[in-house]
Design a protein around this ligand. Structure first.
Ligand code: AHM
Ligand code: MG
Length: 276
């Protein structure tokens, strides 16, 4: 897995430079989910594609910006990635990220064997999870390994995604119940910094539910939902769609979405009580 970590670290440095120097104008094109693309989305996609396809062990890649997967002749790993998650908040200069899922032989949750994300913020950071979770910070010269991350049984952060107008009543009651207990609202609109904050502060809840306008949720299973589910479970947390473990869900196409809840044990048990 060492070659993946190096590829992600090299891509991270290049994309961080792009973010510092590029325009963030929208193009006239849209991706497979119908989102308007930025030029920088496509450049980041290309940087990661080249780095990953140059690895001997990689058989193919798919991404949020591609309508279909790209395959080579050899290798056994398939990588699904979101090259630049949080496109809508780049123009306001908030932190954004890249997300990766490493699958063995097929793009299925049961075959997810490692996951990673990069945070482009005031600092450049990488989290990589396979058997264990590794955390690196770039100091401008080298990637410095940090102590690993583990979630407590509960936390204080509430990070509720989606438009409230379209939430189901039971979801609104659930989110309100956390605020009643003293949880603080922390939501930037970028799942990478929002989920990273919960990990670093050791607990809380991130939710992106089924809504009236998006009954299957917004976030994509292969390159957003499953990788973070894998990372949260490795950190001692939990990740469900309301009822089921996210990492046991089937996948219907590379852009398939799911409602999702990530957090520490006590918060996720509360979610289960609401949705069961
Ligand atoms: P993107 O991949 O088009 O950037 O969309 C994904 C982002 C997530 O980072 C974030 O959690 C979510 O969309 C925010 O959506 P909303 O504004 O509906 O809460
Ligand atoms: Mg995304």
């Amino acid at each position: 897995m060492e070659d993946f970590i190096i590829a992600f670290q090299n891509a991270a440095k290049e994309i961080q430079e792009l973010l510092k120097t590029s325009h963030t104008d929208y193009l006239s094109s849209t991706n497979s989910s119908g989102d308007t693309q930025l030029g920088i989305d496509i450049k980041a996609d290309k940087i990661i594609e080249e780095k990953l396809l140059s690895l001997k062990s990689v058989y193919g890649v798919c991404s949020e910006e591609k309508s279909e997967a790209i395959y080579k002749n050899s290798g056994s790993y398939l990588i699904a990635y979101d090259p630049l998650d949080g496109s809508s908040i780049i123009s306001s200069n908030l932190s954004v990220g890249s997300i990766f899922g490493i699958y063995k032989e097929t793009f299925e949750s049961k075959n997810l064997i490692a996951a990673a994300y990069i945070v482009y913020g005031p600092r450049l950071e990488l989290i990589f999870a396979s058997e264990e979770l590794s955390y690196f910070i770039y100091d401008g010269d080298c990637w410095q390994r940090q102590p690993s991350i583990a979630l407590n049984k509960n936390g204080k952060i509430n990070s509720p995604g989606g438009t409230q107008k379209h939430w189901e009543a039971k979801h609104k009651a659930l989110i309100d119940s956390f605020f009643q207990k003293g949880y603080r609202l922390r939501y930037s609109g970028g799942m990478v910094p929002d989920l990273h904050q919960i990990l670093i502060k050791k607990g809380g809840l991130f939710s992106y539910p089924a809504t009236l306008d998006a009954p299957k949720g917004k976030l994509r299973k292969l390159f957003e939902v499953f990788p973070f589910a894998f990372i949260y479970e490795k950190a001692g947390g939990m990740a469900i769609d309301g009822k089921n473990r996210l990492l046991e869900l089937p996948v219907d196409g590379i852009h398939d979405t799911s409602p999702c809840f990530f957090g520490s044990e006590e918060e996720i048990n509360e979610v289960r009580k609401t949705y069961e």
